[in-house]
Structure formats: C-alpha cells, structure tokens
Design a protein around this ligand. Sequence first.
Ligand code: NAD
Length: 365
Amino acid sequence: MIVHSSNLAIIRCQIIAIIKIAPGVHRPRTIGYELSTADSTIFAALIAMLREKILVIGASGQIGVELTLALRKIYGSANVVASDLREQNELLQGTGPYVSLDVMNKEMLHVQVIRQNITQIYLLAAILSATGEKNPHLAWHLNMQGLLNVLDIAKEEKLSKVYWPSSIAVFGPTSPKQNCPQQTIIEPITVYGISKYAGEFWCNYFFNKYGVDVRSLRYPGLISYKSAPGGGTTDYAVEIFHDALEQKHYDCFLQKETYLPMMYMPDAIRATIELMEAPSKNITTRTSYNIAAMSFSPEEIAAAIKKHIPEFSISYAPDYRQAIANSWPQSIDDSVARHDWGWKPEFDLSRMTTDMLENLKLAES
Ligand code: NAD
C-alpha cells in the first residue's frame, strides 16, 4: 500500500494487489482509494502498525518463541527483531532477524534500538519463581535492572510502546485465595514476586512521570507444547504432558490438591497482543492487569489426561516449590481486564488437554 496523502478525515492511497490470472501466472494491479472518516480511522491504525519495528528481548524462552512468531505474522517478519542472551531457539530459525543481546548491557541495548529503528520493546528476559529462590540476588538484579534499562531507553528514544509481564507471584499468603481481585493486599514472599511487584510500580511511574506507554499482564502459570518452561512453580503442568506420553507416569513436585491459576499459551499470546493493540485511553491499569483462564490441581489435570491415556498414573513428592505455590491465590478475578480491553479466555482444562496431547503426539511423529 502506498499512502499519497492523509489527514484526520481522508487518506488517499494506492493498494497494489497481486492478481492470479492463471495457474502460476500473477500480475500486479494498482487500485486507487480515497477513504473517508470511519474507514480512514481504521486505515490510520493499519498504517501506524506497518511503521512499527519491534524488539523482543528474551525471545528464546517459553513465551518469547511463540510471541515472536505471532508478532511476525501481524507486523511482518522483518519488523520483529528477536533477541536473547542464549542462542536462537530452533523454532525461530529462518523466520526473521535475530540479535544476540544482554539486557543488562544498557549501552549495547541502546545501540541496537537506534541501529534497528526500534519503536516497541517486549521485555521477557527474567529469572522465574523457582530459579529465583535459588539465587535471590541475581533474580532481583536481572528482573529490576533489565526493566529499568528498557524503560530508560524507551523514555529517551520516545518508543511508542513497551510490554513487560508481571505474574500472579506478586500475591502472597495474605492475599485472598479465591478470585483474587486486581487491587487487594499484596505482600509477596518470593524474590520473584517482590521483583515483579516493584517492577509494576516502576512501569506506573514511567507512564505517569514520563508518558512511556508501558503495558503489563500478571500472567498465571503458562502451559505450552512448543517451548520448554523456564524454572517456574507451575512448570509441572507442562512436564506432566511430556511424561504422560513418554512414560505413562508423572512424579509431581506439588501436592495433589494444590490449586493454581493457569492459562494455555495461545490465550496468553492473544491477551498480550490484544492488550498492546487496545487504544491507550482504555488502559486504566498502568501497574499490571490480572488475567485468568482456568484453575486446577495436579489431581485434576491428571484426571483430564487419564481420559486420553487410561494407563497414565501420577505420584506426589512435594519439594521447596510447594511453599511457593501455597503462598499464591488459587484463582484470579480478571474483571478489570475484561471491562477495559475485552479480555476473554478460550481454553479450559479439557480443551487445553486435548490440544496439548494432539500437538505433542504430532511433534513426536
Ligand atoms: P523463560 O525463562 O522461558 O525465558 C526467558 C528468556 O530470557 C530466556 O530465553 C533467557 O535466555 C533470556 N534471558 C535471560 N537473561 C537475559 C539477559 N540478561 N538478556 C537477554 N535475555 C536474557 O521465561 P518465560 O516463561 O518465557 O517468561 C517470560 C516472562 O514472562 C518473564 O518476565 C516471566 O517472569 C513472565 N511470566 C512467565 C510465566 C510462565 O508461566 N512462563 C508466568 C508469569 C510470568
């Protein structure tokens, strides 16, 4: 599409369409368009999207791989630069640009943002709950300094948007266990939760003080078949599928009745993109939004898997992660996200279990 002139009411543009006139024979055809009022608003949004160049930091991780692939479908492969400290995940290879980057090296990060003409950053690099408890100082340092580096650069380079995920780990034992609301008592007891809660207020601060359009979601435990989880307390809900298929047995590190809020990755990716594409005026929460999809216990997910694999069995050997899980809510109230930008999950436990097993079997064959 070539835009010749535009103002708030009218956009004059040409769309070059590639028309198939016979099998294997294609001809370009140019169509002139003059769009007015309502159409032009939609087009203006589309044009703005075409101008975006996105940097995903932590792109080789559990969320990063799938988010990068989804963003490339929307914004075009060349406009989404994947980056990570470790090497490129094999699922990203050949799908778009990749740079090796340490978010802690602010100067190099700044150089990349300028060199690549970056307009938006998705910051996913972090140390998660279980790994964080083994090395609290490192978790605090990476989770805080990485965020501050990105926010400073976003402010200086006037980036259009920043995405940074928080977690249900911000909640602690004094928060309500059921339907934990957006605003409530928040006293996290893990270093991961402390870093996420502090991070939420840094986001809020940079929005209010400097106008940085930073948006955030408090993800629950995320379940995916594409990339492996990175050291969280909810990782059992991914491992159980792999072990069910490979060994017909899973030894769970949480007790059987431990309920936790969870979400299937396609819902999490859609939530992230919907939040980022929502009009700024709709975003009333500049700390981080509660979002929810389902809550289940190890016993319940095992029963859901047993419907597909009758010989599957589970045993329980709780470890240090049980105390972390016990400190979190069992279910989350996400009514503010539903109201502000229309959040609605699609996957429940049964639908997710079917989809996970089908896709893991396909990957094996
Ligand atoms: P992950 O551990 O799978 O991926 C993080 C990625 O960041 C890794 O590929 C790692 O190599 C990279 N990284 C680490 N240090 C880096 C550095 N200094 N510079 C550049 N890259 C670096 O984590 P994930 O599960 O994909 O989580 C992404 C974000 O979502 C994190 O902020 C996490 O706290 C949040 N989150 C995840 C979950 C979940 O269930 N996965 C739940 C709640 C919140």
